[in-house]
Ligand binder design. Sequence first.
Ligand code: GAL
Length: 428
Amino acid sequence: MIKFKRSSIVSGSIFLFLLAGCAIKSTVNTNKANRATVTDQNLALTPPMGWNSWNAFGENVNEQVIRETADAMVKSGLKNAGFSYVVIDDIWQGGRDSSTGMLYANPKKFPSGIKALADYVHSKGLKFGIYSDAGTKTCGEMPGSYGYEKKDARLFAEWGIDFLKYDYCFCPDFVSANNDYKMAISRYKAMGDALKATGRPILFSICEWGPRSPWLWGKEVGGQMWRTSYDIHDIWDIPRNETSPIGILTSIDVMADLGRFSGPGGWNDPDMLVVGLSNTGFIKGGGCNDIEYRTQMSMWCMFSAPLMVGCDIRNMNEATKTIILNKDIIDIDQDSLGKQGYRVMRKDGLEAWKKPLSGNRIAIALFNRNSSDKTITASWKDLEMEAGTRYHVFDVWKHSTEGRADGNLSANLQPHECKVFVLSVSKT
Ligand code: GAL
C-alpha cells in the first residue's frame, strides 16, 4: 500500500543522499538567504505552534477529525498555551479536475469542502493549514503542485489557508540529491512566490527532509521553517544503519550543528512531536515512555523548534497533557531571542545543552543518553559561564526554584531523562 511504497522509496534513497552529501556544495549566497521581507518574518517571529494530522491519522484524516481536533485544541487548553495552527497533512486530496486544473478535496473525507472547514477552524480562533508537494505527486501519491503553483496558491488563499506544508516527493532528484540544490530551490521558490502573490499571509513550511540543506536557502524562497531530517517515528532511537525513518535521538543529533541557521522569521524544524502517540498513531515505531516524550519536548524547546503536536488530542492522557501544556518549557521555546540551544558538554553519554534567553537568563538542559541511571555535574567552565557568577536555578519540570548555584549544576537522571533549568543572575 501507499505507506510501504513510499517508505521503501524514501529509505532506499537515504544511502544515496548520504553518499552525495559529502560532495554537495552550497550554490546559495547565505547573505541573500537572510534577506526575507518584514512581512515574511512577522509570520513566525517565534517558532510556529500547532497540530498536524499525519502522525496520528495519516491517510485516515477527514473533516470530522479536524473539527473535533479544533474543538479539543480549545477545550484542552492547547490554544491558550499558544498552539494555533490546525494542519491537514497528506491524502486530503480527491484529485485534480482535468478540464479546469483545479485541485479538489476527497468528497468522502471532506463532504463540506475545505473552505467550510477553514471557516470552522477560524471560528474557534485558530489558524488552518494544508499540505502539498513540489513534485508531480505527493508522498501519498496524490496530485502534487508542480506546474500548478499559482493556481494552487490562489485556491489555498481563497479557502482561507494560513499555513502550507510543502513536501518534496516525486521531484526528479528526490531519490538521489544532485550535487547542487538548484532544483529544490527553484521548486520551493515557485510556490513561495505564488503564496506571496496571493496577498494572504500563508506560513510556508518546507519539507525537503534535509539532504539539500534547506537551512541555507529556506528563507530566500519564502519559507518560515524547514525540516532538518527524515520523518520522525514514535521511537527513541533507530539502529544506526537505518536512516529513515528516525527516532528522537537522531533528530537531536542532526540539530546539534545547525543552530546558526535558525532564528526569528525562519526556523530549523526537526519534525513533529511524537509525544502522546504511545504507539497508537498512524506512524509507528514501538512507542516511547513518558520520560522520553518529556525529553523530546524539552529538547525541541531548547532548539526553538516549531512545536507541532502529532497525537490525537481528543484523547490525551494526563501525562501527555502535563508534557505538552507545560508553560515553563513552552516559554523557553517561544523566547523572544529565538536562539537555538547548543551542546556544550558531552561525556560518557551525558550531555549539557545551553540556550541564551531574553532578560539575561540562560536555559540549561542536562541529558542522559544511557540506559541506566546516572548523575551529571556540569561546571560553569563546562557550561561556558563566567567563574564566580551566582545564579537562581528554576527547575522547569518541577516548576520550582531550586536555590542558588555558583559553580556547577548537578542532576540525577533516569535513562533518557532530560532536566531543564532556567538560570538568572542572583544579586545575593
Ligand atoms: C513525508 C513527510 C511527512 C508526511 C508524509 C505524507 O514526506 O516528511 O511529514 O507529510 O510525507 O505523505
